[in-house]
Design a protein around this ligand. Structure first.
Ligand SMILES: Cc1cc2nc3c(=O)[nH]c(=O)nc-3n(C[C@H](O)[C@H](O)[C@H](O)COP(=O)(O)O)c2cc1C
Length: 174
């Protein structure tokens, strides 16, 4: 394993959408998801649940729910980050229900994506999916919302080096 500085780690991560069929060990899954839990969350509630999907048949169903993004089925594992609006609402009312739980889940997903990269895996974040269909596949308890799928595996392609908008377009000062 190559040890990279944080800045190199972040800069060298790019989405991959073709994977070699390879299993991910339980130990690696645990490492990645432990990092996910280190992310900030509103009131430290961690108002999310993370589903681990590794069976081919289930990944196929997720690929179909993601509008036929069929590469998903070849990934080692799909982590589905689900927001728990009720958990956040108990503490923070409507802002917790509408916003904080989504932020908690997505920040955790970001951490998991970087952790996977640091362990030599590639990934792509999937946001385009039919939420109801995913809820049925995961048998989600009512109220939980699938907000992001993190598709992780060993790369079978060189990633496209995606550009970024210059800071001057993004930063505004008062
Ligand atoms: C909220 C969100 C939704 C995304 N949805 C998809 C998706 O459904 N399918 C896909 O192939 N990539 C998806 N992506 C990945 C982006 O296309 C990708 O991150 C972006 O083009 C930048 O490329 P990079 O990840 O290589 O830096 C999504 C990313 C985010 C953050």
């Amino acid at each position: 394993m190559v040890v990279m500085s944080f800045f190199d780690l972040v800069s060298s991560r790019h989405s991959v959408r073709a994977f070699k069929e390879q299993k991910m060990s339980d130990d690696t899954i645990k490492k990645i998801l432990t990092v996910a839990t280190k992310a900030s969350s509103a009131g430290n509630l961690q108002s999310y649940q993370i589903f681990i999907i590794a069976k081919k048949e289930d990944k196929k169903r997720l690929a179909a729910a993601a509008h036929a993004q069929n590469f998903i089925e070849n990934a080692s594992v799909v982590f589905v980050f689900c927001a728990d609006p009720a958990a956040s609402a108990r503490e923070y009312g409507k802002r917790g229900e509408d916003l904080y739980c989504i932020q908690d889940a997505t920040i955790a997903c970001s951490y998991a994506q970087l952790a996977a990269h640091s362990l030599g895996f590639s990934s792509v974040w999937i946001g385009s999916f039919d939420e109801d269909q995913v809820a049925r596949i995961l048998n989600l308890p009512s109220g939980l919302r699938a907000v992001a799928m993190l598709v992780v595996g060993m790369p079978a392609e060189k990633p496209e080096i995606t550009p970024r908008r210059p800071l001057s377009e993004i930063i505004r000062t008062l």
